[in-house]
Write a protein that binds this ligand. Sequence first.
Ligand SMILES: Cc1cc2nc3c(=O)[nH]c(=O)nc-3n(C[C@H](O)[C@H](O)[C@H](O)COP(=O)(O)OP(=O)(O)OC[C@H]3O[C@@H](n4cnc5c(N)ncnc54)[C@H](O)[C@@H]3O)c2cc1C
Ligand code: FES
Length: 290
Amino acid sequence: MRRVRAEILSTRRVGVYHSLTLVAPEIAERARPGQFVGIAMPAGRSFLLRRFYFIHQASRRGGWAGTLEFAFEPDGVGAEWLGSARAHQFLDVMGPLGRPFAFPRRLTNCLLVAEGHGTAALTFLAQELRARGKRVDMIVGGATEEAVFKPIEVKRVSQTVAILTGDGSLGTKGRPVEALPEMAEHVGAEVVYAAGPRELLRAVAEFCREHRIPAQVAVEERMACGIGLCFACTVPVVRKDGSGYDNLRACVEGPVFNPARVLWDRWMADIPRMLPTPPGGSPVVGSWPG
Ligand SMILES: Cc1cc2nc3c(=O)[nH]c(=O)nc-3n(C[C@H](O)[C@H](O)[C@H](O)COP(=O)(O)OP(=O)(O)OC[C@H]3O[C@@H](n4cnc5c(N)ncnc54)[C@H](O)[C@@H]3O)c2cc1C
Ligand code: FES
């Protein structure tokens, strides 16, 4: 992980999103799909914490040394401030953060399911999968046509694409997960990747468990430090031996998790995550199923 002062090379509007390209070779050359950056905000009470965004593109070569791009909806104070940033301004950026998606060694047919800005993370993944000779198909969506992130680029990086929008303004009316059963069968999905709202990730988890398809999901949990120090971002994940679960930090042990091991009910319920310290145990370890 690096912390750099990165110049904004360009800013763009992409539907409802703002997209920023930064000159950050130290981060770009290490960036992998599923990882994210933490952007420092200007001084001020509502700006105390960094804001975190998935890396959408990382160009390791070219005239501009190494650039990276991320995209966001300007719907909160931090993102609004970032949306007003201009080319040649400098940002304090930490990254790449988190554990990236793993690439399948033997399996070939990869189905990627994304909603909203999750598509930014998965288009990066699609490119890297294709570079490894994998077949990529995608299901993407958003509330409206404007909320479908870069549909033309999605078509460019995938063999077939299903687009769904909440209001039916682009593609079929509905949510991306609704197309999953048909698309998975049609393309012979062997691995599923997903990014987007928790409901989508949970539905993908259930589908893949039922159909015995390996899957990986990139979760979003509120973060404070972004580097594993504060335990603000924990997700309950069952241990490999099934003996219980650990509250894993999305910023260092995630954001990519095996969805079959996430305790979705527990994570989605608004419960206190810091459990009392059991005798001789870690303060962040709970018991199954609890
Ligand atoms: C790993 C990761 C990747 C993300 N990638 C993207 C992306 O590519 N594009 C994008 O638009 N958004 C992304 N988000 C969500 C984004 O970080 C928040 O929407 C953003 O921080 C909101 O900040 P704000 O100041 O605009 O909103 P405010 O509501 O003012 O935020 C207040 C505080 O809550 C936190 N917060 C609010 N909403 C969220 C949320 N959904 N998830 C996590 N923290 C939140 C903020 O970081 C901030 O500390 C990502 C979040 C995580 C954890
Ligand atoms: S945000 Fe601090 S540990 Fe993850």
